[in-house]
Design a protein around this ligand. Structure first.
Ligand SMILES: Cc1ncc(COP(=O)(O)O)c(C=O)c1O
Length: 385
């Protein structure tokens, strides 16, 4: 039977994070810190907007690139945030960040193309390319002098060796690495000169710490016609993971292709959800800042406590909501994640879920209450002492 289905799909690995989660669900009292989502529900003003949209019968098909009022709201939001004029003709609404990545890849990749990806990386970036018959080459971030660093020479070597596209996620899931503006300038310049597409996953752009409010982005550098596709999502900053809503900023001449692809997949995100998105952007600034500040406090708590443990090595994350740490003497992260689950009742994601370069690390999502984080770290202390 499997011989008859798409070979790229047969080859896809199962998610190691889900594997740990399934084991954890069979146990009592597990503290689940395996997934990447906030612990709070969607704010009331967004829920209310969806209810009103339903009552106003926003229940019909809409254009494939999205409800025009939402595209306009996104264009204005992006223009204000990045101080660039970004027009509605560059905006496509997507059914989440994951769908945005798939749409971007479907638009630019042919089977056999190579995508260079800065890793460790959240698995979809790799596997979405593989689904399309493209290959992914990881260029690893390195942990040096207490920081995650990108090696630009290594990146340029990989890109220069026949890459069609670069995928870069900053702030990064799982490491919390954030590209600095000068690094992005150098990368953008290299890609632009060689006609290499950049797919930039900016879903954590607003979740940055240490006095910053916004991560550097290629959005600030690219001209409208540059080969740059920026992926954004309502999931993380507006607590809307289950709504499945995001957007893509791309050169205007890609929009027709994206509309066609959307048509043949889903014909766009749910209509009343798109209307709620308008309100999330319009009235959501206070919420975004509140969550950012809450995540920073939790980052500080987790960093202070984990880095005080003798066997744990950890870089302080600059953005997103993950602690990515190694444990001295442990080289099999899947086995370690299972042991921690059974012995401590704490659910963590093994580093290998983020590629071979993640081996030796574990990821803890700190988007949980301080009380729960403290309890989880108390338990880890007992097991890892
Ligand atoms: C780096 C990164 N990009 C994109 C996403 C996708 O988010 P969503 O599909 O919920 O918008 C995630 C979710 O964990 C992520 O970590």
């Amino acid at each position: 039977m499997t011989a008859q289905i798409n070979k790229s799909v047969t080859k896809l690995p199962e998610s190691q994070i889900r594997h740990i989660m399934e084991l954890g669900h069979r146990m009592e009292g597990v503290i689940p810190l395996w997934f990447g989502e906030g612990d709070e529900p969607t704010p009331d003003f967004v829920k209310q907007a969806a209810i009103e949209a339903l009552n106003e019968d926003k229940t019909f098909y809409v254009p494939n690139n999205g409800v025009p009022e939402l595209r306009q709201a996104i264009a204005e939001y992006m223009s204000t945030l990045y101080g660039r004029s970004i027009g509605i003709e560059r905006i496509t609404v997507s059914t989440s960040g994951m769908h945005g990545i798939m749409l971007a890849y479907q638009t630019i990749l042919d089977p056999g193309d190579k995508v260079v990806i800065v890793g460790p990386i959240w698995p979809n970036a790799v596997h979405a390319a593989e689904v399309l018959g493209a290959s992914a080459e990881i260029v690893p971030l390195r942990e040096t002098e207490g920081e995650w660093k990108i090696d630009l020479d290594m990146l340029f070597d990989a890109l220069g060796n026949g890459a069609k596209a670069l995928f870069i996620n900053s702030p990064n899931n799982p490491t919390g690495w954030m590209a600095e503006r000068a690094e992005l300038e150098a990368i953008f310049d290299f890609c632009r000169k060689r006609g290499i597409w950049m797919v930039c996953d900016d879903v954590y752009a607003r979740l940055v710490f240490d006095g910053r409010r916004l991560a550097p982005s290629v959005t600030e550098l690219a001209e409208p016609e540059d080969r740059v596709i920026i992926i954004n999502s309502f999931s993380k900053s507006w607590n809307m993971t289950g709504w499945r809503l995001g957007w893509i900023t791309a050169p205007a001449d890609l929009l027709l292709s994206m509309a066609k692809l959307t048509e043949y997949n889903i014909a766009g995100p749910t209509t009343f959800v798109q209307h709620a998105g308008i309100v999330a952007l319009r009235d959501g600034e206070a919420h975004v800042e509140r969550s950012r500040a809450a995540f920073e406090e939790r980052r500080d708590l987790v960093y202070r406590r984990l880095s005080a443990l003798n066997r744990i090595g950890m870089v302080k994350p600059k953005g997103a909501f993950y602690a990515f740490f190694s444990v001295e003497g442990e080289s099999d992260s899947l086995a370690l994640a299972k042991r921690i689950l059974h012995d401590a009742g704490v659910g963590l994601a093994p580093g290998t879920a983020f590629g071979d370069v993640g081996e030796g690390y574990l990821r803890l999502c700190f988007a949980a209450s301080p009380a729960l984080l403290n309890e989880a770290i108390d338990r880890l202390e007992r097991v890892l002492a």
